[in-house]
Design a binder for this molecule. Structure first.
Ligand code: UDP
Length: 575
């Protein structure tokens, strides 16, 4: 049977179903409180409504595959709703979601389908749900991803024979997502929540899985890759665009004065167009489209570029001045200081102690990059340590970018490697004793030799950093440090280990400046090269480190999360 028979009726009933359920959902949840940000909660209501509506006109309620999907969609919506009400953690809900997806796919798929396929299909569905969950940070983004994927699949269906269930599920996703986008285009925000994401993500994955089509799976691949790649592309693009407009490359904040004019609506429009280009490119290749179709795609691409330039490369000079004192990013206070100010503060601290003879707390300096801020946002213990620190300095282009973007520009970066060198110079003049802790065996010594060649400092101890937390070796290291009684200790154990270690030092030393400096010893000892100056200026030092140490990839996924959280924060606080 041709799956397109009755398609128009299905479209009408899907739209009616989506609107009806949406209105119903609004009523039911009108007095419910959700901690999901600003906006109107819609959850899975429009998706369930569209799905049931499409099935009604399609007359396929009796089909086993459709029923299995319907039951799973409703159950996932309920589970997601419980999460939205913060009743359970994701980890508690995960096994239930997995069970629902596995059993519905087993029922919906051909009886000949192997168990291994169903299990991998379930993991696939969970991956898509996870990626949509990340995209939720940018409000309309899940709707954009769902709508463009569904639209592309829909066009693909017109060239091939597919089952009616797959066509109708797709139609439902497209209708509900477009409706939500139209609504949000009027300026009101809609919150899809976990409920909507669980349901819609599962249905999107199910369309490709039901058909068992490798090509359709490829479309599905765009969702995860887009979510992960988009923030990377966005920040790199913004930095490049800043050469033409916002001048981020100028280190001096007085010359860098501007306010970012990155409007939420424009960003969503740009991402939608960009994602559509990607999807259509894949589509045209798959259906072996004629040349003029590629020309149309080219026009779409030019339009996306135009939106990109008008959004990101706009110069808006003079509306913000560099912050003095402190600023806040993701709930963490950052000190708006340059290295010279850090040295001054260290001097005041050590001198004050010498004069008064009073016992002071350790002067903990955190060199925070974007990954550290993301960690602090997730790990309460680490956040508490950062809050307790004497100084939190911005180490990394991501933090400087975020400060600019949030309208509280910092005077500049305080890179860990440069800070070590500058502090050593001051230590040489003032006669402060320095201790170097961290790195693989031998690295701290090499770093010490290199520092001794440049500065006339007194190094009172050097120790490698490869010992387990709370081990006998750690106790021995703490003892050595206590005996050496340094004025300044550089702790290079990586984030967050070094901050936890410095917290332990509080019980051993009572007058000391402790600075967490990450991988600085590797660079100072010349074990690892530092990124070329142009890469540092462009704020893409992280790309260089990734090139040198590909194992950092998983950790660096925190960078897009950071960008998304900053975007969300800005759009949540602005009118
Ligand atoms: N490191 C260490 N002990 C450990 C783990 C790491 O001394 O148990 C050292 C590692 O050799 C490197 C430094 O910590 O020199 C920082 O590591 P990484 O670059 O991963 O941290 P980040 O700079 O990203 O905080």
């Amino acid at each position: 049977m041709n799956p397109y028979i009755g398609q128009f009726e299905s479209f009408i009933t899907a739209t009616a179903g989506a609107i009806l359920f949406w209105a119903l959902g609004s009523r039911l949840t009108a007095t419910t409180r959700f901690e999901l940000g600003r906006g109107r909660y819609v959850g899975a209501f429009p998706f369930i409504g569209a799905f049931l509506g499409a099935g009604l006109a399609g007359g396929i309620f009796t089909q086993q595959s459709y029923l299995a999907l319907a039951v799973a969609a409703v159950l996932l919506a309920i589970i997601g709703f419980l999460r939205d009400r913060q009743r359970f953690s994701y980890l508690t809900l995960l096994p239930y979601c997995g069970l629902i997806i596995v059993s519905s796919l087993f029922t919906a798929m051909d009886s000949a389908t192997s168990g291994v396929f169903v299990i991998s299909a379930t993991l696939w569905a969970i991956l898509i749900i996870f990626c949509l969950k990340i995209a939720e940070l940018v409000y309309e983004m899940p709707f954009i991803l769902l709508a463009t994927s569904a639209l592309t699949q829909f066009i693909y269906f017109s060239q091939h024979q597919f089952t009616q269930t797959a066509v109708l599920v797709n139609l439902a996703l497209l209708t509900a997502s477009v409706l939500m986008l139209i609504y949000s285009a009027s300026g009101r925000r809609v919150l899809i929540g976990s409920s909507g994401i669980f349901t819609a993500g599962f249905l999107l994955a199910a369309v490709s899985l039901l058909e068992g089509s490798g090509r359709l799976l490829l479309f599905g691949l765009f969702v995860p890759s887009m979510v992960i790649l988009f923030p990377f592309a966005l920040i790199t693009g913004m930095i490049i665009a800043s050469y033409f407009g916002n001048r981020l490359h100028l280190g001096n904040s007085h010359e860098r004065l501007y306010s970012w004019s990155l409007r939420r609506e424009k960003t969503v429009l740009f991402s939608g167009l960009f994602f559509l280009c990607l999807n259509f490119l894949a589509l045209l290749v798959m259906i072996e489209a004629p040349g003029f179709a590629y020309f149309a795609l080219f026009l779409l691409f030019v339009l996306s570029l135009f939106v990109f330039v008008s959004t990101f490369a706009r110069k808006d000079v003079g509306s913000s001045t560099p912050a003095s004192g402190q600023i806040e990013i993701l709930g963490i206070t950052i000190d708006a200081v340059l290295p010279i100010e850090v040295i001054k503060r260290i001097g005041c601290y050590l001198d004050a102690d010498a004069e008064s003879g009073s016992i002071l707390e350790i002067f903990h300096i955190v060199t925070a990059d974007s990954l550290a801020l993301v960690r602090a946002d997730e790990e309460a213990g680490f956040k508490a340590l950062m809050r307790r620190a004497a100084l939190v300095v911005p180490d990394g282009a991501g933090v400087v970018w975020a400060a600019d973007f949030l309208g509280t520009p910092l005077p500049g970066r305080v890179p860990g490697v440069a800070l070590v060198s500058q502090v050593c110079e001051a230590a040489g003049k003032a006669g402060w004793k320095v201790f170097l802790l961290g790195g693989k065996p031998g690295i701290a010594q090499q770093a010490a030799d290199s520092l001794l060649q440049e500065h006339s400092i007194s190094i009172c101890g050097v120790e490698h950093g490869y010992f387990a937390p709370d081990s006998v070796e750690e106790e021995a290291t703490l003892k050595k440090i206590t005996e050496a009684a340094p004025d300044i200790i550089f702790v290079a154990l990586g984030v967050p280990r070094q901050e936890y270690f410095i917290a332990r030092l509080r019980n051993c030393l009572n007058r000391c400046v402790a600075i967490g400096v990450g991988g600085s010893f590797d660079v100072i000892s010349q074990t690892l090269p530092r990124a070329p100056a142009w890469m540092q200026r462009c704020g893409i030092e992280w790309l260089f480190r990734l090139w040198l140490e590909p194992r950092r990839f998983m950790r660096m996924l925190g960078i897009p999360i950071f960008v998304l959280q900053i975007l969300r924060h800005k759009w949540n606080t602005e009118s």
